[in-house]
Design a protein around this ligand. Structure first.
Ligand SMILES: Nc1ncnc2c1ncn2[C@@H]1O[C@H](COP(=O)(O)OP(=O)(O)OP(=O)(O)O)[C@@H](O)[C@H]1O
Ligand SMILES: [Mg+2]
Length: 331
């Protein structure tokens, strides 16, 4: 029982949490040549709205739904006709960006690298070797998201059993109530990749039930996927599921103006002799779906170095910081 409880976000109300999955795909079956089976394949791969199909490439639809290229073109064309591809003027976009909230870490250098802090409405990915500080940043964000508003809630999807409430208590700052901070962090252990994907979808239920969720952590995003899909022939399946998972995260980020923080491991690239011999897991699916990408490595004298490697609006740059008992600190 204890194990089962751990797996839900809010143990007291387990029955409330497990609700029926929304009937997806009904919108899709209105498209030409898309029956129930094709609609299911599409929504399984993250193409579950007209918009996602309208902006897809024919190649993606061919790959995900197993239809001919001609059929894929017709599906996309029809999705485009059915929906209004809305334009907004840049000043409206700018106005929306004024709603962005930021979560600070305890390091000004790291905050600056991120344009002021971890941004809401976006996915920020940190990738790096073991011990580079990815999970420590996750813990720090869970505390700091509550700093200005003690009603803010953090959701932590823990895939490697590395969430530690003791670390949260150590990071709680003056003026914050440790018990309240802990209560406002909803932790769920994900036992496999399917469970992880389901938990991400369930975050919406927490929000609809009135929790003021402002941060969603998935630590680690890729570990289960990497462990479960091994060997030739499994890569396409893995990427399909990862894509769907990333779409769920992005939809949550933009719909509810949440900050999504994901962590990712690196693997060795045996064929690289110059430069960095490591590469993030998850390939293009993860890198293209992350708004900000940060590479973490160990620096001098026990410090950590964060490097901004991809951002739509921030310069590439580096920031050094320390992981200390009280959290993330400037050098
Ligand atoms: N209480 C503490 N005080 C100071 N430093 C700590 C403390 N707890 C952890 N650390 C530092 O954080 C490091 C672990 O970092 P972290 O857990 O963020 O790694 P990670 O990047 O998530 O790695 P992995 O890929 O294995 O998950 C430890 O090696 C240690 O240097
Ligand atoms: Mg970790």
């Amino acid at each position: 029982m204890a194990r089962k409880r751990e797996a839900t976000m809010e143990p007291e109300n387990e029955e409330d949490v497990i609700t029926e999955m929304p009937a997806k795909g009904s919108e899709l079956t209105s498209l030409p040549g898309v029956g129930a089976a094709t609609a299911e394949k599409l929504s399984m791969s993250g193409f579950d709205t007209l918009l996602s199909i309208a902006v897809a490439t024919p190649g993606e639809i061919v790959e995900m739904a197993g239809v001919t290229e001609l059929a894929a073109r017709k599906i996309i064309q029809s999705a485009r006709e059915k929906m209004e591809m809305g334009f907004e003027s840049a000043d409206e976009v700018l106005k929306k960006r004024e709603n962005i909230q930021r979560i600070y870490t305890g390091s000004n250098a790291l905050n600056r690298l991120l344009g002021g802090g971890f941004e809401s409405g976006a996915i920020t990915e940190c990738f790096g070797a073991y011990g580079s500080g990815k999970s420590q940043i996750a813990h720090s964000l869970c505390v700091n998201v509550q700093r200005e508003n003690p009603d803010c809630v953090a959701v932590f999807i823990d895939t490697e059993s590395t969430f530690r409430p003791e670390r949260i208590k150590q990071m709680v700052q003056q003026g914050m109530e440790p018990d309240r901070v802990l209560k406002n962090i909803k932790v769920a252990r994900a036992f496999n990749s399917d469970h992880q994907m389901l938990l991400a979808e369930k975050v919406e239920d927490l929000i609809k039930r009135g929790l003021n969720v402002k941060l969603l952590v998935v630590d680690s995003l890729t570990a289960h996927f990497r462990a479960e899909f091994v060997g030739r022939g499994t890569l396409a399946d893995r990427q399909q599921k990862l894509n769907k998972h990333m779409h769920t995260l992005m939809r949550l980020a933009t719909t509810y103006n949440l900050c999504v923080y994901i962590t990712n491991q690196v693997m060795a690239k045996p064929d690289v002799f110059f430069g960095d011999p490591t590469e993030a897991i998850g390939g293009h699916i993860v890198s293209h779906n992350s708004t900000y990408r940060i590479y973490l490595r160990r620096g001098k004298k026990g410090s950590r170095v964060a490097k901004m490697v991809d951002s739509p609006n921030l310069p590439e740059g580096e920031a050094a910081f320390y992981v200390e008992e009280s959290g993330i600190r400037d050098v």
